[in-house]
Design a protein. Structure first.
Length: 133
């Protein structure tokens, strides 16, 4: 079974030959690290960890839907933050996106992300059709 790159008109495509925003292989979906960048490459929102998390989860939703799934098909999240003390803001945003059994998750503090104003980056793994809703 071959892998297939997936795109969404709501998520900026990376430069050619760098990475894919999402790859599907069978019923598995692998979503690359998403940030709160808009289509023009600017960081959206008010600059808070919560707002960036909400906007990043929105981009993940666009990618999983483009792959034929839904948020509750996500089984694993890996979240990178620049300030671990603000993790409750990430958890609050995450709680607004999932119901039932939440995905497994790792949260890691890093010294920096793609650009200085980016506070959170989230990647996801999903299995299409595994959610109960």
């Amino acid at each position: 079974m071959k892998k297939k790159a997936v795109s969404s008109p709501h998520v900026k495509e990376p430069r050619p030959q760098t990475w894919s925003n999402a790859v599907v292989r069978g019923d598995q979906v692998f979503i690359s690290g998403m940030t709160a960048h808009d289509l023009a490459g600017n960081v959206m929102g008010d600059g808070s960890m919560y707002d960036q998390s909400v906007r990043t989860f929105e981009k993940i939703r666009h990618m999983i839907e483009a792959a034929g799934g839904k948020m509750n098909d996500i089984v694993k999240l890996l979240i990178f933050v620049t300030d671990i003390k603000q993790r409750d803001d990430v958890w609050r945003a995450r709680a607004e996106c999932f119901t039932g059994d939440f995905p497994s998750c790792s949260l890691v503090e890093v010294s920096a992300l793609a650009t200085p104003e980016v506070l959170v980056e989230i990647e996801a793994v999903a299995y299409l059709g595994c959610s109960e809703d």
